[in-house]
Design a protein around this ligand. Structure first.
Ligand SMILES: [Zn+2]
Length: 102
């Protein structure tokens, strides 16, 4: 019986808040298709574009001249993502076997 009470006490307010937040996020994303991106901006060795509509950011490949990767509002997350991709592509970036053999 006491378990049932707990559920109704915590389940409702938390559930409603989560649904409300998720709903707001969905509306934000659905309301913007990121169709108008700014010109590439350089920062910390990376290029990225900013959506003129909602301010979301995406990495931009200057050589291929196209955007790539996920959309993120946080630039630091984008850069972390790009660094992870680089490490995957070039595992020898961090030379762990370059010890002097003396
Ligand atoms: Zn947008």
């Amino acid at each position: 019986m006491s378990e049932n009470k707990k559920k109704s006490r915590w389940g409702w307010p938390l559930g409603l808040t989560a649904t409300g937040l998720a709903g707001a996020a969905v509306v934000m994303f659905r309301g913007c298709w990121h169709g108008k991106m700014s010109w590439p901006i350089r920062a910390q060795g990376y290029s990225y574009q900013v959506c003129m509509g909602c301010g979301i950011k995406r990495l931009f490949d200057e050589k291929a001249f196209q955007a790539y990767g996920p959309y993120r509002y946080d630039l630091n997350r984008l850069i972390a993502w790009a660094q992870a991709q680089r490490e995957k592509a070039e595992p020898s970036v961090y030379p762990s076997e370059h010890r002097p053999a003396s």
